[in-house]
Design a protein around this ligand. Sequence first.
Ligand code: AMO
Length: 424
Amino acid sequence: MYVNEIKESSDKIKIQGWVHDLRDLANIKFILLRDSTGVIQCAIKEDSKAFHNFGQVSFESVIEIEGEVTEAKVKSPEVSVKSCEIQVSNLRILNKAEPLPIPVLDKRINTGLSKRLDNRSLDIRKEKVKAIFQIQNVLMHAFREYFYKKEFIEIQPPGIIGTSTEGGTELFEAKYFEKNAYLAQSPQLYKQLCAISWERVVSTSPVWRAEKHNTTRHLNEARQMDIEVAFVDQFKVMKYLEDVMKYMIKQVMKDCKKQIDLLNLKLKIPKAKYLSYKETVQLLKSKGVPIEYGDDLEPEVEKKLCELYKDSLVFVHSWPNSLKPFYIWPLDKDTSAGFDMLYGGLELSSGGQRVHVPTVLIENLRSKGLDPENFSWYIDGFRYGAPVHAGWSIGLERLTMVVCELENIREACIFPRDRDRLTP
Ligand code: AMO
C-alpha cells in the first residue's frame, strides 16, 4: 500500500517507507512516514508496544508500520495526507539509517550545493529536489510524445565515435582496442545520415564535452533532445522548436501543479520572436550593447536579449558562416542557415539547415581547418540521393534549469559531471 491510497475507511493497514520526521512528546510520539507518493503522520501512544522502540528510530531509516487509520487530530504542515493518521500498533525497523551527512528536511540547515552533490543520493530525497526531476521527466516525456505523434522515428545514436562532430577541441578521448576513439559530442552526423533516408528522426542522448571551463551553464556530460527533418529549411524546423517548447511547458503546467507550487514557479506558455543575426546586432547596438557584426553572443548579451523579449522564445537565425559549424548550409559567402534559440536568459538550443552536397561539405570542412579525409564515411552518405534537411538540439539540463528557475545547471542533473566532479 502507498501513502496516497490511505483513507479514513482504510481500517487496519501495513505500510513501508522512510522516516521523514520525528516528534517526541512525553506520552505520545509521532513518526512522519514518507514513501514515493507522500507523507503521513503515524502516532504511537504509550500503550502501544512500539512506544519503546521509538528511541531507536533515526531520520531516513526504512521502517514498516502496522496500525489503524483514524481521523487526524494534530495536522503537521509537512504531511500530504491531511485527513487521517495511523495509530501505530507495530513498528519494525527494516534498515536503520546512520547519522545523516546532510539533512533531508529543508527546514533544518541550508547545505551548500557542493556538499549536497557529494551526498546526492540523500539530496534527491528532498521534496524540492525530487520536484525538479519530476518536471524534467514531464519535459522529456512531452518531447518524445510530441514527435512520436508526428510519426518521427526515434533513433539511438552511438556514444563512442571515431570523428569529432562539433570541432576538435572539446573531445574526450577513449582507448578503443588498437584505435583512438572519442565520446560523442552530439548525435549530429548520425541523425543527419538517418534523416536523409527516413525523413523525420528524433533522438535523446547523452553527450560529452571536454570544455575546461567550470560555469553555471556547462556540464561535461549533458543530455540533448534532437530532431532532424528532410526537405525543409531552418525556418520550418524553428517552427517545430517553437511548437514543441510550448507543448512541453504546457504539459508541465498541466501535470506538475504540486511541483510548481513547491518550487514557487511562475510558468507561462512563451510567445516567440524571430530575428536575423544582423537585426539582433543592430538592435543590441541601438540599446548600447558593445557588439559588432561577427561577434558571438556572450552570456550577458544573451541575457540582455531575453530581457528585451521577456516571456518569449527568441530565435536568432541566419548567423554568419564564421560562427557556425561545418555542417551548416551557407546561404551566401557570409551568411549561414544556422540559428540559436534563447529563453530565460540563455541559449537553450541551436540548429539549422545542413549541407547535403558533398563538394560544399568538403569546402566547409577545409575552411574550418578540418581534414575531409577523416569525414569520408559521413560525406559519402550524401552521394546517393540526399535531400535538403535541417534540425536542432535542445539541452535537457538547460531547459530544466530555465523552467525550474535554477541558478546552477548542476541542480538540473541528478549526478552531474563537471571539471572537478566524477563521483558520485
Ligand atoms: P550545440 O553545441 O549548440 O549544438 O548544443 C545544443 C544544445 O545543447 C546544450 N549544450 C550543453 N548543455 C550543458 N552543458 C554543455 N556543455 C552543453 N553543450 C551544449 C545547449 C545547446 O544549446 N549538433 C548541434 C545541434 C544541431 O545543430 O542540431 C549541437 O550540438 O542547450
